[in-house]
Design a protein. Structure first.
Length: 94
């Protein structure tokens, strides 16, 4: 079963920051991607006690930004389109 390499969890009434959950193998790529866009994690990324259906470890990256959910979704879509697809095809474009 193919899983999403990264997902966005929007803020709620209990949590005011955006959270990305991603496969461990994408952690360094995603952090470099965020850095290039001037976004730093709210705190250090944390490996979760979760595994996807394919056995991949899950990392949680929290960001505290004043952006809309739509803007964060576009950021996620850009990462998936540029980084994930290029990396899986054998080219990295960080």
């Amino acid at each position: 079963m193919q899983t999403e390499p990264i997902i966005l969890i929007s803020p709620t009434h209990e949590q005011s920051i955006f959270t990305f959950q991603l496969q461990k193998k994408w952690e360094l790529h995603f952090l470099a991607f965020l850095k290039k866009r001037g976004i730093t994690p709210w705190r250090s990324p944390a490996t979760q006690d979760l595994e996807g259906p394919d056995g991949n470890s899950v990392v949680e990256v929290e960001v505290d930004v004043k952006e809309s959910e739509e803007a964060m979704q576009r950021l996620l879509d850009e990462f998936k389109a540029r980084e994930v697809q290029h990396t899986e095809a054998g080219t990295i474009s960080l």
